[in-house]
Design a binder for this molecule. Structure first.
Ligand SMILES: Cc1ncc(COP(=O)(O)O)c(C=O)c1O
Length: 415
């Protein structure tokens, strides 16, 4: 007999919590205390951020790492360092966090949207080509959920058109494509260490690059426009203090010791769950291209076609939560539909933005936002095989009960 859904009074698949996030221990405590007692709390005076910059950059195939206050500022600094000027256009996906776009506007440039691929959830290179105009200067591909974007195709377009590519690698710590680490695939890359991220210090960000000139420009911009060999009160370009602090550096150094093992676990579990869920009609886990050698699974994301599955997304999410599975629909609408874009509420920035965002439509992104996207967060993949089996069993139970679930929803008995 099919077990009854927890939503309708049955026993939930999962009653224990999943792995909690963030994870910390003695390594963090030791380093934090050392910084505290040293009195060297700022990046300019202590060793922690410098050590982290070296280790993180090297792990991501780069010669340079510049630690900054968050992963929004890192994108903006990258754009400024690359010489993007007022009114120039930067192509971004519509399915990403707000910062990918706000950083462009705060660099006084104009975001232009190119749709994502319906199955990889990453920028579609054909849509990028179609979005290029004489004013285009850069592309910001997001490695969404931790799966590298199609960088081969995007770098080929960039080369042909003379564009700068800044990877938004906020989800992609430890990910790789053709064995090359995310962060080393474009001209510059931006990482975030905000609370939910796979490597975290609460807040924080970092720029990676293998380009010496870009690295020098980023270093100067994140440090009040100072230059190597210059003196304290000598400022060469418009900039600010965007330096990461030593307490965060201490935590990140400790966290970095765990990253490799955690990334391997997430990738192993994520792959397994994707293979299991793909067996159900109407469930489409993020499609993994052949050259994705490691997915960092900041999110385990899938698409549900409610009709093919037999129950709509809202009812499935409701039922999953009742079964003890934390989950969400992710972004509720594509970025161009954000009130800021609809009203062009850009403050003093981008006065030359002549795009009417009310007319911008990205059908794949819209469909995922409105009807199909499902997110499971990275910590769910950090546990044992039993945890992954529970995730699978919850979907399986819902699929087996899909007709009852759909009928209850239709009759208005479910929210
Ligand atoms: C894709 C993406 N880009 C950029 C950011 C901005 O990072 P931060 O919150 O560190 O500013 C985030 C996340 O929070 C993100 O998810």
């Amino acid at each position: 007999m099919t077990p009854k859904l927890a939503l309708l009074g049955g026993s939930p698949v999962r009653t224990r919590p999943f792995t909690a996030w963030p994870i910390h221990g003695q390594a963090e405590e030791r380093r934090l205390l050392r910084v505290l007692r040293s009195g060297k709390w700022g990046k300019l005076h202590g060793p922690e951020v410098a050590e982290f910059e070296r280790r993180f950059a090297s792990l991501h195939g780069c010669q340079h790492g510049i630690g900054v206050v968050n992963g929004t500022v890192s994108l903006r600094i990258g754009l400024l360092a690359a010489g993007i000027r007022a009114g120039e256009e930067v192509i971004i996906p519509p399915y990403t966090f707000f910062s990918t776009a706000s950083a462009v506007i705060e660099a006084n440039a104009v975001p232009v949207f190119a749709d994502i691929d319906l199955d990889t959830f990453n920028l579609d290179p054909r849509a990028v080509e179609a979005a290029i105009s004489p004013r285009t200067r850069a592309i910001i591909p997001v490695h969404f959920a931790g799966q590298p974007a199609d960088m081969k195709a995007l770098m080929a377009i960039a080369k042909k058109r003379g564009l700068v590519v800044i990877e938004d690698a906020a989800h992609a710590h430890g990910a790789s494509c053709g064995q090359r680490p995310a962060g080393s695939l474009g001209h510059l890359a931006s990482f975030s260490f905000q609370s939910s991220k796979n490597l975290t210090s609460g807040e924080g960000g970092l720029i990676t690059t293998n380009d010496d000139a870009l690295a020098e420009a980023c270093r100067s911009i994140h440090n009040c426009g100072r230059i190597p060999g210059g003196v304290w009160y000598e400022h060469h370009v418009i900039s600010g203090n965007y330096r990461l602090g030593e307490f965060q550096g201490a935590i990140l150094n400790a966290q970095l010791g765990r990253l490799e093992k955690q990334t391997r676990t997430r990738d192993h579990n994520g792959r397994r769950l994707a293979a299991q869920l793909a067996r159900f009609p109407g469930l489409f886990p993020q499609k993994r291209p052949a050259d994705c050698t490691r997915h960092s699974y900041h999110l385990f994301m899938l698409r549900i076609d409610g009709q093919a599955f037999g129950a709509p997304r809202a009812a499935v999410l409701h039922a999953l939560r009742a079964e003890g599975i934390p989950c969400s629909a992710g972004y509720g609408f594509s970025l161009p539909q954000q009130p800021m874009f609809q009203k062009k509420a850009f403050g003093p920035y981008a006065p030359k933005a002549n795009v009417d965002y009310r007319k911008v439509h990205c059908p794949n992104s819209d469909r995922i936002c409105r009807e199909q996207g499902i997110w499971l967060e990275q910590n769910l993949l950090l546990g044992t095989q039993t945890d992954i089996d529970d995730l699978f069993r919850a979907f399986e139970k819902i699929w087996e009960n899909r007709e009852t679930l759909a009928a209850k929803r239709k009759s208005g008995k479910l929210a």
